[in-house]
Write a protein that binds this ligand. Structure first.
Ligand SMILES: Cc1cc2nc3c(=O)[nH]c(=O)nc-3n(C[C@H](O)[C@H](O)[C@H](O)COP(=O)(O)OP(=O)(O)OC[C@H]3O[C@@H](n4cnc5c(N)ncnc54)[C@H](O)[C@@H]3O)c2cc1C
Length: 334
């Protein structure tokens, strides 16, 4: 039987680790949804993080690592166990190379590189969240993803801190080896850029940010796209044939296309709404709950499965759900 009190006292003995109990995770998610974590612990020290991880693992309690919470759906019941966050935020440059800590905000990294005339991630302006999670999910936008610039990633594999080369990270569209090894924790990464005119990079980024802010207002409680887009080449031929050519971009069919066909736009469940202008964007309009959010997602998946025989896959990550989220109750479409 895990002993939370004993675990707490062991965590309290770790230097540079900030600990709290009963911490509402709604504070740490962009959806503004999520019940309390039994224990929440954060640090910007690699050694302290590894020590906390070892305490968590040996305690028998569940644990989860979060970044800035912009891609998380945390259950209304919260998380029974320990939530860990690595907060180091250094960004250092050496010529065309840049080292960034996993806790740095991706936007700070984008702005840092633009300011120094380093080309490569300027189209990723406006993607919220941390560098660590961007690597975990191979974040990207406007035809580019972070993996294109990564040289190596420094991480903890449960036994030791080591390095993986870009190739060893097995990056694909919104995928990396880290998604398949949830116990591997990214601490930092090295990226390589090309020289370019800083003013031109700034303009590219500003133009993109303007568009993004129209689609995702900065105060919107959401996770960006709920579902991953689909690779045209991987769709069953009967489905691929139904997709109009102009819908496909860079070999991907937006999941919004399928969602639109099943009437997703404007659907609502309580305070959880699908945007009227974007079928793959779900937001919390006020007092939304994780239960309604998960149910609406399941309903959308069921509709697409029934109509097209394909399975949409969430880009968002669930935290604190006992089982994969079940079938949706009735959803009012307005
Ligand atoms: C308005 C909006 C727009 C968005 N637009 C885009 C977009 O254009 N492109 C895109 O790719 N994404 C987009 N996203 C999704 C989100 O920004 C990214 O997934 C981001 O990388 C998540 O970062 P985070 O720090 O908030 O991670 P979190 O949401 O906290 O965590 C996400 C996952 O990363 C894991 N993780 C976090 N830190 C680490 C670490 N150090 N080591 C290992 N695993 C870790 C967590 O365990 C979790 O599974 C958008 C989100 C929002 C809200």
């Amino acid at each position: 039987m895990p002993d939370t009190e004993e675990t707490l006292s062991r965590l309290a003995g770790i230097p540079h680790l900030t600990i709290s109990t009963g911490t509402p995770l709604s504070r740490y998610t962009r959806f503004g949804i999520g019940g309390p974590a039994d224990v929440y612990a954060e640090t910007d020290s690699v050694e302290s993080f590894v020590a906390a991880l070892e305490v968590a693992r040996s305690s028998g309690l569940n644990y989860v690592v979060i970044g800035d919470g912009t891609n998380l759906i945390v259950s209304d019941a919260g998380f029974r166990g320990i939530v860990l966050r690595f907060k180091a935020q250094r960004i250092l440059e050496a010529g065309m190379r840049v080292m960034a800590d996993a806790g740095a905000s991706l936007q700070n990294l984008v702005d840092f590189t633009i300011g120094r005339g380093l080309k490569g991630i300027e189209t990723m302006t406006g993607i919220p969240g941390s560098v660590g999670a961007a690597i975990y999910g191979n974040a990207g936008a406007y035809g580019h993803s972070i993996s294109e610039r990564l040289i190596e990633v420094r991480f903890f594999d449960g036994r030791q801190v080591r390095l993986l080369s870009n190739e060893e990270c097995e990056f694909h569209y919104r995928e990396s080896i880290f998604k398949r090894h949830k116990d591997w924790i990214i601490f930092s990464a090295e990226l390589l850029f090309e020289p370019a005119d800083a003013a031109q990079l700034r303009k590219t980024a500003d133009d993109i940010l303007k568009l993004r802010n129209e689609k995702y207002p900065v105060t919107m409680k959401c996770a960006g796209s709920i579902f991953k887009n689909l690779l045209l080449a991987e769709l069953p031929e009967t489905v691929a044939r139904q997709v109009p050519a102009q819908v496909t971009r860079e070999g991907k069919v937006p999941s919004a296309y399928f969602l639109e066909q099943v009437g997703a736009k404007g659907m609502r469940l309580g305070d959880i709404h699908v945007a009227a202008y974007h079928a793959n964007l779900i937001y919390n309009a006020g007092q939304g709950t994780a239960q309604d959010l998960a149910a609406l997602i399941q309903e959308l998946k069921a509709r697409v499965r029934e109509r097209f025989g394909i399975e949409l896959e969430e880009e968002v990550q669930y935290v604190g759900f006992a089982t994969p989220v079940s079938t949706a109750p009735e959803i009012g479409v307005r």
